[in-house]
Design a protein. Sequence first.
Lengths: 305, 298, 327
Amino acid sequence: MHRFIIRRVFQALIALFLLSIAIFFTSRLTGSPCDVMLPPEAREADFALCEQSLKLDSPIWMQYLAWLGGVLQGDFGRAFVTGQPVMDLIAERLPNSAKLGVVSVIFTTLIMIPIGILGAVIKGTRFDVVLRTVTAVGQALPTFWLGILLMWFFAVHLRWLPVSGMGSWQNYVLPVGAMAWTTIAAQSRMLRSSMLEVMDSEFVKLARVKGASESSVIFKHAFRNALIPVTTMVGMHFGNIITGAMIAEVVFAWPGIGRLLYEGISTRDFPLVQACVLVVSAITITFNLLVDILYAYIDPRIRYD
Amino acid sequence: MSQSVDDRSIPYRPPGRGRRTFALLAGAPIIPLLIIGLFVLAAIFANFLTPYSPTQPNLTLRLLPPFWVEGGQLAHPLGTDLLGRDMLTRIMYGARVSLTVAVAVILVAKTIGVVVGITAGYFGGWVDAALMRLADATLAFPGILFAIVLVVALGAGLWNVVLAISLLDWAGTSRVIRGEVLSLKNRDFVAQAKVAGCSPLRIMAVHLFPNIINTLIVLSTLQVGSVILAEASLSFLGAGVPAPAPAWGQMVSGGKAYLTTAWWLAFFPGMAIVLVVLAFNMLGDWLRDVLDPKMRQV
Amino acid sequence: MTRPILEVKDLRAHLMLRRGAVKAVDGVSFDLHPGETLGIVGESGSGKTMMGLSLLRLLPRPAGRIVGGSVIFDGEDLLAKSEREMRAYRGSRISMLLQDPMTSLNPVFRIGNQVAEPLTIHQKLAGRGLRDKVRELLRLVRIPAPEARMSDYPHQMSGGMRQRVVGAIGLACQPQVLIADEPTTALDVTIQSQYLRLLKEIQQETGVAIIFITHDLGVVARMCDRVAVMYAGRIVEIAPVRDLFNNPQHPYTVALLRSLPKLEERAEKLYAIGGQPPSLMNLPKGCAFTARCGLANARCREAYPPQVDIAQGHMARCWRTEEKAHV
């Protein structure tokens, strides 16, 4: 198990390294990086300063190291609009995103599991058809559209919930609802089909032969095996989850890092965008690592790989 | 090495497939196909189907509601937007954007995915390990973010969007194709081709590739939905295909501020997205049942 | 003659498919006595596995359904029991060994856990008592170093070992009847031999009655006291094993024995029974073996043959045999 963890950590580090190289090169795609790193109203002197600090006269690998050094110390440059160091902005907004993210993950998992299991157990009945239709539609809904509809219905029309912003628990309801919907739909479908496959397997038959109760068969024997393919997919779908979070922040004006990124896009603020992407990607890679470790905990066959 | 023996080695096809496929085609899902057909037609023939321009403002007709609401006109069935442009027209041209991006991404991403998958599966060893590590690294971070970085660095544009979304997708495809190739390469027809002197390239292209086409079709169809959603998300965030070309996501974004006064601005483009994505997903599910049942939804 | 521990009378089980009903088990009757081994022989598709599952009422849902007959176990009709009552029987008084050791153990739980489960369910053992019993069971099936093995996962064991674990699970609560569904088919030949010897020894030690489902006549000769031959969902002949091999009466049995290659004879071609078994959805009116039987006549096609008693404990269902018996 330990060897497995070490290997995965090593792979994650390599992924981070490749990521940093990729991001590093994006600023040099159209010529001098200073063209994108400085706001449009920058003057000659600013350019000179920029070129000096980025060491543009030295070989490319030294530039990379200089850049990497800056990044690891938290120096991402300054935002165009406010002139603040980007790192400060990120530090301010990141905890807000974390709160939304954690609530969302918990909510998604708590809802997804019963729906997935239920879908497998009631297969063939009329309710199954209804459930499958609802989840199929759920997967096709764009998060931003759903968010807007929810906002209109619950906040504007019914006035039950606040329209936007961060505040009390009520502010969490709509963004989490919008974000979670697609993920719940996709994952519960996967869990359902995985459960159906597992329920047909020989070891489930053996569990029945032993005289185990039906609920033991479903929740103890089948469920844990059914989780295995679903967990692998969670890692792969994490990109979608991040996008969904970002969009929810934009729709509901949640002061998180996603919204910060959006602001960066609107103002074509490269230092800000670059920093946000780096931070979020690093978080994604870390999260994938954790999911892999969780996966090894669920499926013992992987530990001895 | 003589190629004449190779010319007569017939690529392997499982027997009776034609007949089975035909029988199952009879049960094709009509509604998704109709929906897709409608949108494809709209995308291709938009110029002929609507007299209005999607980009030309007409300030006298701003913010008309849909025809069934008071104040609406039949001439503009889904209403007009902030600049007086007909909504239905913009949705049709928006279909052009979304479907073009989808086709382009599928072509690029699936080509890369298939090449990588077949190569990794066939050669195995360090080639396989290296390619799959690369794929895993790509999967590890959200491509949308990378798309955003590209757009801010390079400026908006169709090909930036296509490139970025393709980078998201190829890794998943290559894994699935690699799996298929792994199970195929030990079969007798591959051994036979090797004995006949086929080069690895020929084996991969002529013998292995036709047997993964089914999986490829299913993967592609299922992927269209998520590509359209990705493109819509990007254009919602302002990092998609640039104005003034109408993109559904960007239309929804623009309509957000007018939610209480002109709900149709945001509603109809979103509805279009849902319909198209749902139709492709349903079609993909059905194709998978017909062509490749063992590739169950996992 | 002691009272049979299991009396099966006219058991019928169907699989309801969209295209029609598959008559997997079509009127099966037999008795099983304590401590004896009854072999059930047949081709794939003859219904033998379905018959085994029917005894435990574990037919695949929702298609499988028992439609008639009775299964009297130790004086009680199992078919009249509720699901809850049935569960008390499964794994404790009647147990089953499944065929493929690679798939019949749950990959995410440790061996000790899986062997302990029937003990936890039926005997409510726990703690040290449970561990001791698990260890004892693993020793019973001759697994070396049982203490260490208890914390292993199935994928860490070979096929032969896994099948022994399956055996330990099956025997955990000292069942009176053990249904062994082709337990050695998926094993290597050398391992097969060891496993069969193990089963025989355990049977002598514990007195369990075994229903041994197989397609392998060689195994039958070795393991069984009596044999029932199944064809198309029905039992066509039952006999003590000696009698079956020396004096087979039903044409199908004869043909089966003929298709066994023999060391002493030289043959150009191995004998195979021509034709295919009938579709279990469309069973013919008369005897199901008619199409492939060299002795078939008009009466065979018309009506299903009755039970013909040839000798003590030897029965066959064949019109031609009936004619011979009356001669």
